[in-house]
Design a protein around this ligand. Structure first.
Ligand SMILES: N[C@@H](CCC(=O)N[C@@H](CS)C(=O)NCC(=O)O)C(=O)O
Length: 210
């Protein structure tokens, strides 16, 4: 079997998710920390986004496609269940994650703090994003209430996709308060953030501020 290569800086929530899939399944992989729009990334993703993947003559972009490929090609516990209904529910939550939660939680809220335009955090925009996150968090809080998972009663790609997003939101004041008030989701985060697969695939801590 050729080496599996995951390309993309580890800070990306989507790179994190794909690496967590590998860890969860016990799949060996090589990780190359490249930024979006590097030559290698541009060669695979039409819009230069990370992660991208190489496995022999297979090249893929988009975390959902990469995760699905890894789940089907390699042994280890399934992160997308064989059961058609459960698999469709995983698809649904990954889609919601990418289209709804990532857009607001990461692209607006977290990126607003980490990569502020003109070097200054726009606190009005942060406040607006935080308000909009409240109903999203309520949706997730209800979804994990019964089993502590988004789909069925075990960890799936639906959870793996959302966990890095929640981790990042939880690092900032408003996000931490909103998540902390969501009882089921807080317990969910605490439990899954402690998973070896989550910790092993986590990005290194940021350097200390001067
Ligand atoms: N739908 C894509 C999203 C990938 C994505 O947005 N990656 C970000 C980093 S987390 C990126 O490469 N951004 C660079 C850009 O948008 O130009 C996936 O699931 O892989």
């Amino acid at each position: 079997m050729p080496a599996l290569e995951i390309i993309g800086v580890p800070q990306s929530n989507y790179v994190w998710a794909v690496r967590m899939v590998c860890e969860e399944k016990g799949v060996p992989y090589q990780h190359r920390a490249e930024r979006p729009h590097s030559a290698d990334v541009d060669a695979i993703h039409p819009f230069g986004k990370i992660p991208v993947m190489r496995h022999g003559d297979v090249q893929l972009c988009e975390s959902k496609a990469i995760a699905t490929y890894i789940d089907r090609v390699f042994d280890g516990p399934k992160v997308i269940p064989e059961d058609v209904k459960l698999a469709a529910q995983v698809e649904q939550w990954v889609s919601l994650g990418n289209v709804e939660f990532d857009k607001l939680m990461i692209r607006q809220y977290v990126v607003g703090y980490v990569f502020p335009k003109d070097g200054k955090v726009d606190m009005a925009a942060i406040g607006q994003a935080a308000e909009k996150m409240k109903p999203q968090v309520a949706v997730l809080d209800r979804a994990v209430a019964n089993t502590g998972h988004l789909v069925g009663d075990g960890l799936t790609l639906a959870d793996i996709n959302i966990l890095p997003m929640l981790f990042y939101v939880n690092r900032f004041e408003e996000g931490k308060a909103i998540l902390g008030a969501a009882r089921n989701l807080s317990a969910y985060m605490e439990r899954h953030f402690a998973r070896p697969s989550f910790r092993k695939s986590a990005p290194p801590p940021p350097p200390p501020k001067n």
